[in-house]
Design a protein around this ligand. Structure first.
Ligand SMILES: Cc1cc2nc3c(=O)[nH]c(=O)nc-3n(C[C@H](O)[C@H](O)[C@H](O)COP(=O)(O)O)c2cc1C
Length: 362
C-alpha cells in the first residue's frame, strides 16, 4: 500500500473531522470534495475502481459497491465519489422545493458502536438546484474517473416529499420529482422510509403503497415514451418491519412492476445502543447497530421475491466481511454511508475487492 493511500490519509483526517460537531464535519468534507473533484487534489481520495460488473434491472453495475443516499443530498460531489471507486452513487433525497430540515443539532456520533443518529429531515436545496448539480457532473463525459472501455459508474437519484406537503398529497411530490429527475437518472429511488419526515413511513402500508406505486408506475410509462428510455424504479424501505409487512411490500412492488428494492434505511430501534451517550436522541440509527435488522429484511425480501428480483442491501457495512454478509443474506449489490464516516474512502475498495474475491471463489 502506498504511504499516502486514501485510507492512511483518512486515518489522519478523521481525528480532525471528529473534533467538529458531526454536521459541521460533514459540511467541511463535502465542501472539500466539491472543491477538489476533477482537480489533481482528488488523488487524496481517489482509488482505482474494482472491475466486477454485474447485470441488474437492465443496467450494468461496474462493481457491487454503491454510495447510499443522504450523504450528498444536493448532488454536489458526484465526481468525487466516482473517483473513490464506487460502482454506483445515489444522491438525494431531493424534494420538490428547498427546505431547511429539522432544527440543529440533528446529527450525533455513537463512536463506541460505529453508529450515527440523524434527524436531518430532508434538508436540501430543492429539485432545480439538484438537477443543475447533476448536469454539471462530468463522470459520464470521460473525466478522470470515467472508465474508458469499462462500464461507466451508475447514478441513482433518490426522491422524497416536502415536510410541508400533507401526507395525502405525497404522490404529487413524488411525481414532480420523478418528472424532473427521470432524464438524468440511471435509476430512480422512491424513498418512503426516512423516519424524520412526519408520516412518511405510513406510505409503506398496504393501501398507501399501492396508490403511490400505481401513480409512479403510470407516470413512468409516460416518461419512458417521452425520453425514449426506461429508467428502473427502486423503492427504499425501513428495517423496522415484520415479516408479514415485508411480504406485503414485496407483493406490491411486483404487482406494480417496480424494478428493485433498497433495504434498508435507518432504524428507530435503540436496543443495540442502550445506555450510550446520544442513544436516546430522536431520529434514525445507522451503522453497525442496524446491520442485523437490515440483513434480516434483505433475507425476508429474497424469500418473498424469489431469485432474480434486484435487491440493494444497505445498513451497517463497515468492512469487506460485512459486504459479503449482505450478499449472503440475499442482496445483489450493496451501499454504504456510515461506514464511510468511520472507515473513510478505503472502505469502497476493500468492500468491492472482498466481493470480487468472493465471486471468484463461487
Ligand atoms: C446522516 C444520514 C442522512 C441520511 N439521509 C438519507 C436520505 O436523505 N435519503 C435516504 O434514502 N437515506 C438516507 N439515509 C440512510 C442511508 O442511506 C442508509 O440507508 C442507512 O444509513 C443505513 O446504511 P449505513 O448503516 O451504511 O449508514 C441517511 C443516513 C444518514 C446516516
Amino acid at each position: 500500500m502506498p504511504l499516502l493511500s486514501p485510507s492512511s490519509l483518512y486515518g489522519l483526517a478523521r481525528p480532525f473531522l471528529f473534533g467538529f460537531d458531526p454536521e459541521h464535519a460533514h459540511e467541511i468534507t463535502l465542501d472539500g470534495l466539491a472543491r477538489t473533484q476533477n482537480t489533481p487534489l482528488a488523488c487524496a481520495y481517489s482509488s482505482a475502481r474494482t472491475d466486477d460488473p454485474v447485470q441488474l434491472a437492465g443496467l450494468t453495475f461496474p462493481n457491487r459497491v454503491g454510495l447510499a443516499a443522504g450523504l450528498d443530498k444536493n448532488a454536489r460531489c458526484i465526481d468525487a465519489f466516482a473517483a473513490m471507486g464506487f460502482g454506483f452513487v445515489e444522491v438525494g433525497t431531493v424534494t420538490p422545493k428547498a427546505q431547511p430540515g429539522n432544527p440543529k443539532p440533528r446529527m450525533f456520533r455513537l463512536p463506541q458502536r460505529d453508529a450515527l443518529i440523524n434527524r436531518l429531515g430532508f434538508n436540501n436545496e430543492g429539485l432545480d438546484a439538484f438537477l443543475a448539480n447533476v448536469q454539471k457532473a462530468r463522470f459520464r463525459k470521460g473525466g478522470p474517473s470515467a472508465g474508458s472501455t469499462r462500464s461507466p459508474m451508475l447514478l441513482g437519484l433518490n426522491i422524497g416529499k416536502n415536510a410541508a406537503t400533507p401526507i395525502e398529497r405525497a404522490v404529487d411530490d413524488y411525481l414532480a420529482c420523478l418528472d424532473g429527475v427521470y432524464a438524468h437518472a440511471d435509476y430512480v429511488t422512491i424513498n418512503i422510509s426516512s423516519p424524520n419526515t412526519a408520516n412518511l413511513r405510513t406510505l409503506q402500508s398496504d393501501e398507501a403503497l399501492d396508490a403511490l406505486l400505481g401513480a409512479v408506475a403510470e407516470r413512468r410509462e409516460t416518461l419512458a415514451a417521452r425520453h425514449a428510455k426506461r429508467a428502473p424504479l427502486f423503492v427504499k424501505i425501513a428495517p423496522d418491519l415484520d415479516e408479514a409487512q415485508v411480504a406485503v411490500i414485496a407483493a406490491t412492488l411486483k404487482r406494480h412492476g417496480m424494478d428493485g428494492v433498497i433495504a434498508t434505511n435507518t432504524t428507530l430501534a435503540r436496543d443495540a445502543v442502550k445506555g450510550l451517550p446520544h442513544a436516546e436522541e430522536a431520529g434514525g440509527l445507522s451503522g453497525a447497530p442496524v446491520r442485523e435488522a437490515s440483513n434480516r429484511v434483505v433475507s425476508q425480501l429474497r424469500a418473498a421475491l424469489g431469485a432474480g428480483f434486484p435487491i440493494v442491501g444497505v445498513g451497517g457495512i463497515l468492512s469487506g466481511a460485512d459486504a459479503k454478509a449482505k450478499i449472503a443474506a440475499g442482496a445483489d449489490v450493496v451501499q454504504i454511508y456510515t461506514g464511510l464516516i468511520y472507515r473513510g474512502p478505503g472502505l469502497v475498495r476493500e468492500a468491492a475487492q472482498a466481493l470480487l474475491r468472493d465471486r471468484s471463489k463461487a
